[in-house]
Design a protein around this ligand. Structure first.
Ligand code: CMC
Length: 447
């Protein structure tokens, strides 16, 4: 609530309880009028500024925020992030504790339900996800229709959107049971679609899910099984992959999550909303940075070339990829955990020769004033690409590896959004900068 006022109180009085409320007093220097705007949770409501007008027929004041640098679009109880302190929590649990003790499927349950499951709840959740890993045979057929060199992320984007045609009732999004089954299906089928895309790119036959295996182990099975009767994943690789999945499960209102919420706000089915998230994650500024890190490391080639490379970065010729973050200005807590996971993977696969270059680059950068002054630290992408490469994946699979676990975050955010009474169809305003009232001229008469 806000109001036009003649005085400038520090706080407003709540009519019902007599509580003091924080307010902001704004003076419109065009009219000399003053307005009180409520401050709630350190935030003012943009709509409160619409009462600020120069005349009765004025539309009212808007706020302008390209790229949403300072605009909260929702209230959310899923992921907490403090960039200055390097803190990331899912539903209040620190990422370090979850990576150490939990599994991806348990984390997915936590994100979706809000609390950690009991053993019985976890068993049922795991069972449900496991028995929904298969996709309709027609999904396989249309995936086979992609070109031999189709990008696996493009295949994932198309196929997850197409799932909406296999489950036409998924648009009954006001039915909690229906929402629940689509949630299970999305988390369960994403690795299957991703692995089919991978096998397609390799010209290999698709491998069906093995329901005896754990979520990450089954994914490795669908990626790598060849002629053996039963694929047996290395438990160290399985665990490292599970940790990577935990680290990537959610990251509050990032570009792809906002895309899921925005598209979902039209009340479309969750497969279409998640396809929008995959599309956003496909972009090099979001899901593609780890690929850029690998290209950079390949280009540096030898440790001796690092000083020249760093000098070029400091002269502004290029960026040190995998360093810096829009939100984390201390360190990215995921980067520390991933470094440990990388060591575990290299124990099995043999060390990625690029690791030495990465470690030396990190050491030099962390001691250099340029990076210290700008608060540039390794982010999650500095090491994730090295792991994926060691697992035998081409760079085109990197964003796919991000999309699989982020699906639980997207669907948790989608569930929160569709049940949030304050949300409506997302529809930003614009500041129109084009021409007005032009007279149509027939094509033959145009100069
Ligand atoms: N290498 C060299 N200089 C950098 C870098 C970098 N990686 N990142 C920022 N800077 C400099 C930048 O030039 C600027 O310097 P100055 O003040 O002298 O002009 C200063 O640091 C602030 O940079 P900024 O562009 O205002 O920072 P931002 O918050 O807008 O950008 C970022 C964040 C992640 C886009 C950027 O740090 C970057 O491009 N990093 C490399 C790409 C990368 O690793 N991306 C993955 C991000 S994590 C993935 C995820 O969480 O989804």
């Amino acid at each position: 609530m806000s109001s036009e006022t003649e005085t400038q109180p520090d706080v407003a009085q709540d009519g019902h309880h007599g509580e003091r409320r924080d307010t902001l007093t704004v003076t419109d220097n065009r009219t000399g009028k003053q307005y009180d705007v409520e401050i709630d949770d350190g935030t003012v409501r943009s709509i409160d500024f619409r009462q600020i007008k120069v005349s009765d027929d004025d539309f009212g004041l808007m706020t302008y925020d390209p790229a949403y640098l300072n605009t909260a679009s929702c209230r959310s109880a899923i992921t907490f992030l403090d960039g200055e302190a390097g803190v990331l929590e899912y539903r209040g649990y620190p990422i370090e504790q979850l990576a150490e003790n939990s599994s991806y499927l348990e984390v997915a349950y936590l994100l979706v339900h809000g609390d950690l499951p009991t053993q019985a709840e976890l068993d049922e959740w795991t069972h449900q996800v496991t028995i929904h890993t298969f996709v309709h045979e027609n999904v396989k057929s249309f995936m086979q229709g992609f070109r031999h060199d189709a990008h696996p992320m493009g295949m994932l984007l198309g196929s997850v959107g197409a799932l909406s045609t296999f489950y036409p009732d998924a648009n009954e999004i006001d039915d909690p049971e229906n929402r629940y089954i689509q949630t299970i299906r999305l988390i369960a089928k994403m690795p299957t679609l991703a692995a089919f895309a991978f096998r397609h790119s390799n010209g290999q036959p698709y491998v069906y899910p093995d329901n005896d295996l754990w979520y990450p182990g089954n994914f490795l099975n669908m990626l790598y099984k060849m002629t053996e009767l039963k694929y047996e994943p290395d438990p160290r690789l399985e665990r490292a992959l599970d940790i990577l999945f935990i680290l990537h499960a959610d990251h509050e209102q990032n570009c792809s999550t906002s895309a899921v919420r925005q598209v979902g706000s039209s009340r479309v089915d969750p497969y279409s909303a998640v396809a929008a998230g995959v599309g956003a994650l496909y972009g090099p500024l979001h899901g593609g940075a780890n690929e850029a890190v690998l290209r950079m490391l390949h280009r540096i080639e030898r440790k001796e070339n690092i000083p020249d490379f760093v000098a070029g970065v400091k002269e502004g010729k290029e960026r040190l990829m995998g360093f810096g973050h829009r939100v984390y200005k201390n360190y990215d807590p995921r980067a520390r955990i991933i470094k440990q996971a990388a060591d575990d993977v290299f124990e099995v696969t043999g060390k990625n020769p690029l690791l030495d270059i990465a470690l030396e680059l990190e050491r030099i950068a962390l001691e250099d004033d340029y990076f210290i002054e700008r608060k540039l630290y390794p982010n999650v992408d500095f090491y994730s690409g090295l792991i994926y490469e060691a697992l035998g994946m081409p760079v085109s699979m990197f964003p796919v590896m991000f999309a699989i676990p982020r699906t639980s975050g997207w669907i948790a955010q989608w569930l929160e959004m569709v049940q949030d009474k304050e949300q409506k169809i997302a529809r930003p305003r614009q500041i129109y900068t084009g021409q007005r009232g032009r007279e149509y001229v027939p094509v033959g008469q145009r100069g």
